[in-house]
Design a protein. Sequence first.
Length: 392
Amino acid sequence: MKLLRLSLIFGFIAGLPAWAVYAPVPEQDQGKAWTVDLMAGVSRDSNIFGAASGEISSTVFTAAPKISFNASLANQTFVSASYLLTLDHFVSRPGKKNLDSHALTARLAHAFTQSTTIDVSDNFTINKNPQSLLPGLGVVNSDQSFKNNEIDSSFTTSLTEKAGLTLKAQSVLFLYDNAKLGTSLDRTENLFGVSGDYAVLPELKGVGELRYQTIDYRDSGGNKDKTSEFFLAGADYTIAKKLTATGRVGFEHRHRDAERSETAPYTELTAKYDYAQGSYLTAGYVYTLEESSNVDLYTDTQVNRFFVNVQHSITALIAASGSLDWEPSQLKGRIGLPNVNETTTRFGLALSYLPTKNWTVSVSYDYDKTSSGDPTRELTRNRQGLNAKYSF
């Protein structure tokens, strides 16, 4: 069984840092194992440090070469790897004006049989110019650059003709360059899961899932570390040929070291509609607990996340895309401190022109807005960009 199709979503994720826009930009398939992308662009950023006040704006020139390898080594084995170098030059930036970011990805997928597969991927990033900045740091002109490594693995097999089993594991490491940020936020998040599914109908699978999560901070972990157990049920439903939906609902029990533990509902709902060639709409909702950027005041954040992504082919050569992420949230105050309500909005638009198989030209607009009961966490950021990419 050829596994090349499985690389599509990984290729899209790996391509995001080069474009640094929220809206999905179409990728050009070169139809060969080795691909080289040369991207250059210019953008205007209204708040390069993500400050609540005293914002600094700058024009940013970017060059981003990337080399990728995607191939089936055998009929049942697929591998991919890529390296992306992003060079940013800020016209108006206190301190260092030239930043270099790096992204290295690798993936191996193997099918032992038609129903038993294993998939392992690793993504390592050195990000000097984060796309979405951390609110509430209380420091103007703060260095929010970080290193990140994420390992994902899954094993899927069939137990009977209708029943299947999936084992999953994920480990994510965060290391911030700034010493103060590193002391607060350097951590490892591990997630392990097992799920069973049963084909109620050819187009409908019922799913039961257990997950276990650990969050371990490198410094002062005694009052920041936590563990969670998730108990979930749901379904994967192919509603029509072009419309699919998945859903998981249940609850999470979170144990916080030296803080109050909590049992909270958990929800994740997603749907995708491929309504035309090269055109699709995805939408979803997530209700969960996530880490806060200020762990001295808040244990974590209860997030309601609504998201929509759309890509529409206007003509054979022109595509429009957009994304919206709206997050009404509540920051969970530590013992003796109040909870704080906060809403974050991320919005992106892009218009892409693909004149040939090798060229992509795109104009984009991104918007970040955080409104919070904690004034130090307020954030407004606008970015407009023009990019051109040549692939061969």
